[in-house]
Design a protein around this ligand. Structure first.
Ligand SMILES: Cc1ncc(COP(=O)(O)O)c(C=O)c1O
Length: 415
């Protein structure tokens, strides 16, 4: 409970040096929102200046020769270092929402005669909405698993929800609100036994949890790059299609970047072989470059060490929350078991909104999620144990003195 213990943990942290790889303009700010928008790597700042100034500014259209391979090249890097995916299975493109639509449609088409899509009622809104839209478009049934807000989805609940009519099960690997971590290999196996395909949303996993897509025999996955991959707001997302499935799936957006011999400008759509057919239109180059730099920093840190630090930071945070915040009515609303938790911790408190605003006013950035949750997401390559101690110390003061009562109850600020 003593701050000196945090200092000892920081002194022994093998990733401590990585903090300097990120821009830190305000040294007093404690940033615990890596689960929403990761910090800016210095290398990204320099590389983007180069891409804009030289590759675009000087090279102009000639630079497409080097840019055109980025979506699949960066996808391979991401797959190898952070997703447990061999080459030729990951592409960096579009947004998570769009990629989810593409892969969910492709999966349904690959299971003709099966009209049921399964997801869970605590899945991230965009996932539920996209699946609702697809179900409405196709007259399919969308079946919702009822999932505890704090516990996440279990293999047993998936088993109970699926049958021989199920075409697709689409779930988040790490739940956006509680951080609950689903068992990818076990659930994938359950889904396969029913003859269906599984589509994982890895937004809160990539860069934070050691994902093993190939080892879990996962079929499909999507995820964003602006959280733990630190690629910046609106940077392109990624998708994964297992190699042996690629030739059997056809995505619904028939764009020219997914075309075989694209520059022949042929009369009819003829999808490229391999993962390339899942691209759509002109890739967003500046964002894709930022994904490459974000992945490079994390690859150097190593996903094993990043995961170990995420576990250490979050279990430390939970211990402090139990000791200091529970007496003020805040309950840990994330799994306590380390292997069931992603990289953030959620606290439940009826005044979570005003507490989150009071916390920001004191220089600690976390975020609020409805209905009454405060999320605290340390950045494994960036956050110090002393930051966690300081943030929790500020939080206990805010709760003990109820200074949050001066914060506005109006929920207009988005962080
Ligand atoms: C689990 C999950 N899926 C999807 C998204 C967002 O998708 P998009 O980048 O398309 O807005 C988020 C954003 O926080 C998320 O947490």
């Amino acid at each position: 409970m003593d701050r000196s213990y945090a200092g000892e943990l920081d002194a022994a942290d093998p990733l401590a040096g990585f903090r300097e790889r990120f821009v830190r303009d305000d040294p007093s700010l404690i940033y615990l929102d890596g689960n929403s928008l990761g910090p800016l790597p210095r290398a990204t700042q320099a590389r983007i200046a180069e891409v804009v100034g030289q590759e675009w500014g000087t090279g102009l259209v000639r630079s497409w020769n080097r840019w055109i391979g980025l979506p699949l090249g960066v996808g391979d890097m991401l797959g190898e270092h952070l997703l447990g995916a061999g080459p030729g299975q990951v592409a960096v493109c579009d947004s998570t929402t769009i990629n989810l639509y593409k892969l969910a449609c492709a999966a349904l088409d690959a299971r003709p005669g099966r009209g049921v899509i399964v997801t869970d009622d605590d899945n991230f809104p965009t996932d539920r909405y996209v699946l609702q839209g697809i179900a409405a478009e196709r007259g399919a049934e969308l079946r919702m698993i009822r999932t505890g807000m704090d516990s996440g989805v279990s293999a047993g609940a998936v088993r109970d929800a699926i049958d021989e009519r199920t075409a697709l099960v689409s779930l988040s690997h790490v739940a956006y609100r509680s951080g609950a971590l689903a068992s990818m290999a076990e659930i994938t196996d359950v889904v396969h036994r029913a003859g269906a395909l599984v589509l994982w949303d890895l937004c809160h996993s990539a860069g934070a949890v050691a994902v093993d897509l190939d080892g879990s025999a996962a079929d499909l996955a999507v995820g964003c790059t602006y959280k733990y991959l630190n690629a910046g707001p609106g940077a392109p997302a990624f998708l994964y299609v297992r190699r042996d499935l690629q030739q059997h799936l056809r995505q619904p957006v028939w764009g020219w970047f997914g075309q075989r011999e694209q520059f022949d400008m042929g009369p009819a759509y003829d999808p490229a072989p391999g993962i390339g057919q899942f691209l759509t239109g002109t890739p967003q180059i500046i964002g894709t470059v930022a994904v490459a730099e974000g992945v490079r920093v994390l690859a150097e840190a190593g996903i094993g060490r990043l995961r170990a630090k995420a576990v250490a930071l979050t279990s430390y945070l939970i211990a402090l929350a139990d000791a200091w915040l529970a007496p003020h009515g805040a309950a840990v609303a994330s799994p306590r078991q380390d292997d069931r938790r992603g990289a953030h911790v959620t606290l439940a408190h009826p005044e979570a909104w005003r507490i989150s605003q009071a916390l920001i006013a004191e220089g600690v950035i976390g975020d609020y999620r409805a209905p009454d949750r405060l999320r605290l997401g340390p950045v494994p390559a960036f956050t110090r144990f002393a930051d966690v101690w300081d943030a929790m110390d500020i939080l206990r003061r805010i709760m003990a003195l109820q200074t949050y009562r001066y914060a506005s109850p109006s929920r207009t600020v988005v962080t």
